[in-house]
Design a protein around this ligand. Sequence first.
Ligand code: ADE
Length: 253
Amino acid sequence: MIIKVMTLFPEMFLGPLDNSIVQRAKEKDIIDLEYINIRDFSDNKHKKVDDYPYGGGPGMIMAPQPIFDCYNYVINMLDLKESEKPRVIYLSPKGKVFNQQMAIEFSRERHIIMLCGHYEGVDQRVIDEIITDEVSIGDYVLTGGEIPAMVLIDSITRLLPGTLSQDQCYEDETFHSGLLEYPQYTRPASFRGLEVPDVLISGHHKKIDEWRRKESLKLTYKRRPELLKNIKLTDKERDFLNSIKGNNCQAID
Ligand code: ADE
């Protein structure tokens, strides 16, 4: 996958995405990441990239010219098939809130272009003309779109075939099944008087699976009950959840 990031602060990406699993994915040519400085495309002799908002109001708006020219440069760099339109993601607190389903969807693309906003946002004509997806990483405001872009790159990269090894498989993890993940333990079985649940040491795989599913259901009910709406439950699981509710188990933790 080729990911091109249009940003005013390319240096911010150096470090966070140069380690661990994302770095390995780059070394294995699973992803090709490039950061392009929007300021380099400014026509202005002072390399200005922002201006006051029409209609007044606080803050500055990223002007269209440097972004459009940067985008054209990026598009010309990509080896696009006839009629192929890459996803162009604008990171903004006004966007659709990112989730694992969106990470899976983006991980199927051949090319992704990201635009990181700054100041009070970008000129609306940029959004109308070139953006395919406006994405937020949560209901809070950050100083710019760089950290959100890194969040997306990390979560997309780990889904690409060949990135995670077999023992780092994501199929059981939180959100993949639509439920929060069950508790995990490693050796020793007894640590300062704290014991690992017997069932996990029993070697009885069916019982272990049942225990994990129940723990996932219980945790999801307590912390994120809204996620249960999308889960197909067996009659037994429904009874189990009803028994938790009957036990005065609060749906908040
Ligand atoms: N830019 C500023 N805040 C943001 C957020 N929450 N998500 C994505 N981009 C942002």
